[in-house]
Design a protein around this ligand. Sequence first.
Ligand code: DGL
Length: 283
Amino acid sequence: MEESSRAIGLLDSGVGGLTVAREIFKLLPKEDIIYYGDTLHLPYGPKDLNLVREYVEKIIRYLISKKNVKAVVIACNTATSAALDHVQKKFEIPIFGMIKSAAAKAVEISSRQKIAVIGTEGTVNSFAYQNAILKLNNRAELYAEACPKFVDLVEQGKFDGAAVEKTARNYLLPLIEAEVDSLILGCTHFPYLSPLLAKIMGTKVTLINPAHEMAVEVRDKLTEIDLLKKSPAEQPEHRFIVSDRSRISRRFLEHGRKFLGLEALNFKEENIFSKEYNWEESI
Ligand code: DGL
């Protein structure tokens, strides 16, 4: 099969990465996509980043050897923080991550360079966003807050209301007081909370969705290296696979389906982490 006709692989710790898939579908509507959500190990946010790196490496090995993908998109901020540099060195196909393009956007648009990042503990403590921003402007003023409760709230389908707003105000207060001018939503789940976060931060603060910035990067890079499909089918194939189907939140999936504008969103289970998984069997 011609290299450019192959699918693009997306990976995340679960189904939160559908916010990223949505942006990829929008900008690359003709491409076949294989999405792998590691629901067995969800959430990645509080886990040791060395362990997350091992999971990510295994999923990419699977996407390449079993699904023959031409490129991989790490559609998860924690996984990108933990593993991007490592897997880019390890594998030969193009591998994209969440952080670089959002950091560039923040530096480009922040008038006073007071930039805030919110994400999981893993992402914030890895300093990956902070380093990416400082690489572009070492005088940027950085603020970072881990907001782990946001992940749980979104998984439960809670995006607004008094209790959610109270939690959000507590997390965001230091950023409001610091008068930041941009806020990077450094977690797959946070775009669901965008209306609330925008309301709390006020009109002077620009929210940046890394999923969109990365989709632009993926499109531009694959165009540049001539890796987009040459003769696209009318209906591209989108496949969704998880490591444990019993660990998908139904509530969240309902919202995910609406968010993506999909009638049906069916997940196949392939537990590549089980001892019985057959790595030898051909695709
Ligand atoms: N996908 C993760 C991220 O973007 C959030 C959920 C998790 O902790 O696994 O950081």
